[in-house]
Design a protein around this ligand. Structure first.
Ligand code: FEO
Ligand code: CA
Ligand code: CA
Length: 620
């Protein structure tokens, strides 16, 4: 989550037993030992990249009239040799370290152009933010704030590299654009959720939103959602609002999964908390459809989803719980998806098996089934709590929890995972499935960890790490896997910093990996979120503003590709199928970049287009 939503949720997380202790942030560590503040070298010198050039273009639509085949997105499993075509080798010149410019900085030969900012027109007839703070209902039809997870969908009859639908999350509000003197609750709730926009590329390469498109739609904290799956009767058949829409995912059948990173409605506390913390399925091709909260996938602080599909069209969805600490989950629908008839897939996420991951210290792993009656999920179970956050030998008193039904398991998924023996990880953020079916997950940080495991090896981990695993037989249905660490984030070893802040990244060091995605050409991209990144923050002084990196999956070598403006988090990774256009989200900038008012103070979150001036694929 962003540091802003972290603040909003703090009272609720403490009530839920999330344990944190001083030492979470780098500033606190530095304050305790100033010698640890060592400067980062601007290291370049890395090899060219290995590119696993296997294309995985899963059909996303089938018979759906307006869900054409195209980029399967975050799904692996392709085995088709790559067609002859452009060179996707990564050759861009990396950006220098400690960049603190108040702009989006990209390599030579690239441009970064704002496409869709908080308050921009979305639904036909919307007014648009022009510098004067607005309220509901105007805000209900315009872009929300704090842009986050995102996916690009092709449209039938449109060149898929020149137009399509962009669907993006709004994790939280862009407060400076809102007037809370009117309809405060509904105004805040209107600024979260999801935007669906049709976009088009002009001949000169620039992109714009197609005003008036029938696809343009907002899903907000005021919208009514259906509820599906085993917990529907306990939650209620409908829920008002989605919020804390952090990262997201897509499905092989061309729907969008927006993930709620909160298990309560902090903007409207009159709403039952059980209605939040779910994965919500949206059909961007059917603007008249109602989105559905899919309870079978569990309730926790969802980050994103990423899928793996096998030759029989069986699918697994991987999910992280961004909690301190949290577990990693997998949901396997009972039925295969139907590539021939899209409508047959619309209830697929309501029935299946939910698992949580146990990362054994010997490099093996198990998917522990979270089904009532199995793995101690019974009445009178004992939740061990977040035992990783207290020193070895210190005892956390377990709490009794009753799992009488599968709805109990799904509503209290975090407790169920702990009871069943899943591994408590250092804040699982995004997960991505590579084209070779290797699965990657960013573990952004956990400065308050006290008990280590091989998969979370640092007792105080302010910089995070990236874990990866391979399912047995590369099957999404596997119940065992093998894992290792791709890299430990943090400072260069030569800096001589303390072990817990020293990483093993070769090339351009970074901290707090969050967004991660392997693109369809097998290239791994990582984005960072170092929290409250004011210019005096030690993170910024050491690493520069939040950034985006290419990381070699074989060597761990990193190249800095993009640096955001002051105060922002970099998140959201989407692209056209030919990879000549990348869409990146700039969340909560807070200085002069992308302001409207003459006096400033309203720097807006935005989606930016990143492309090469010569039209070649991004990265090359
Ligand atoms: Fe909204 Fe965990 O980032
Ligand atoms: Ca984050
Ligand atoms: Ca995130």
């Amino acid at each position: 989550m962003s540091y802003l939503t972290d603040k909003l949720r703090a009272p609720y997380r403490q009530a839920e037993g999330e344990l944190t202790v001083p030492g979470q942030m780098l500033d606190e560590i530095v304050a305790a030992n100033p010698a640890r503040r060592t400067l980062l070298k601007n290291s370049v010198g890395m090899s060219l990249l290995s590119v696993f050039g296997v294309t995985s273009l899963a059909a996303c639509g089938g018979s759906g009239a307006e869900a054409p085949a195209g980029d399967g997105g975050d799904g692996g499993g392709g085995t088709t040799p790559p067609p002859a075509g452009p060179d996707y080798s990564v050759t861009f010149k990396p950006l220098p370290g400690k960049t603190v410019a108040d702009t989006v900085t990209v390599p030579e030969g690239y441009v970064a152009e704002v496409l869709y900012s908080a308050g921009d027109k979305c639904v036909a007839g919307s007014v648009g933010y022009a510098g004067v703070a607005q309220s509901f209902p105007a805000t209900e039809t315009q872009a929300g704030g704090q842009h986050d997870g995102m996916h690009f969908y092709p449209l039938d009859g449109v060149d898929q590299n020149k137009g399509g639908l962009l669907v993006l999350n709004h994790e939280n509000v862009d407060a400076a654009t809102l007037n809370l003197g009117v309809e405060a609750t509904r105004t805040n709730l209107s600024n979260v959720g999801v935007s669906v926009i049709e976009i088009a590329r002009a001949d000169n390469g620039t992109w714009s939103v197609k005003q008036g498109s029938r696809y343009n739609k907002r899903y907000s904290g005021n919208t009514v959602y259906n509820v599906g799956g085993p917990a529907a009767s306990a939650v209620g058949r409908t829920v008002v609002g989605t919020l804390n829409n952090c990262a997201s995912g897509n499905t092989p059948w061309g729907t969008y999964l927006t993930c709620e990173e909160t298990t309560n409605n902090y903007w409207d506390t009159t709403q039952d908390a059980k209605g939040y913390g779910w994965v919500v399925e949206i059909d961007p091709y059917e603007p008249s459809s109602t989105a559905v909260k899919r309870t079978a996938m569990g309730r926790f602080s969802h980050e994103n989803t990423a899928y793996m599909v096998d030759d029989n069209n069986r699918v697994a969805f991987y999910m992280g719980d961004d909690s301190t600490p949290g577990c990693i989950y997998k949901f396997v629908p009972t039925k295969a998806y139907d590539p021939a008839k899209r409508a047959n897939n619309m209830g697929l996420l309501d029935e299946g098996t939910l698992y949580a991951a146990r990362f054994n210290d010997d490099g093996s792993g198990n998917w522990v089934e979270l089904t009532v009656g199995k793995n101690n999920l019974t009445a009178g179970a004992t939740d061990p709590g977040n035992y990783t956050q207290v020193a070895t030998g210190e005892v956390i008193k377990g709490t009794l929890v009753d799992f009488n039904t599968q709805a109990d398991v799904l509503i209290d998924t975090q407790k169920a995972a702990r009871v069943a023996g899943a591994t408590l990880m250092d804040r699982p953020e995004w997960i991505t499935v590579g084209v070779d079916n290797t699965v990657y997950c960013t573990l952004t940080n956990n400065g308050s960890r006290r008990r280590t495991s091989a998969s979370n090896p640092r007792a105080s981990n302010p910089h995070g790490h990236i874990i990866r695993w391979n399912e047995a037989n590369d099957s999404p249905l596997a119940t065992t896997f093998t894992w290792d660490l791709l890299l430990l984030a943090g400072q260069d070893k030569e800096d001589g910093a303390a072990a817990n802040v020293t990483g093993d990244i070769k090339g351009d060091e970074f901290s707090c990996p969050d967004g991660i995605r392997v693109d369809p050409k097998g290239r791994l991209w990582v984005q960072t979120d170092m929290g409250d990144t004011n210019p005096n923050n030690s993170y910024v002084k050491t690493f520069g503003n939040n950034s985006m990196y290419y990381v070699d999956q074989e060597t761990g070598e990193s190249k800095r590709f993009l640096v955001g403006p002051l105060g922002c988090e970099i998140t959201g990774i989407a692209y056209t199928p030919d990879l000549t256009t990348f869409f990146i989200n700039i969340q909560h900038p807070d200085k002069t970049w992308n302001t409207v008012r003459s006096g400033g103070g309203d720097a807006r979150s935005a989606t930016v287009v990143v492309r090469r001036k010569d039209g070649k694929p991004v990265g090359a």
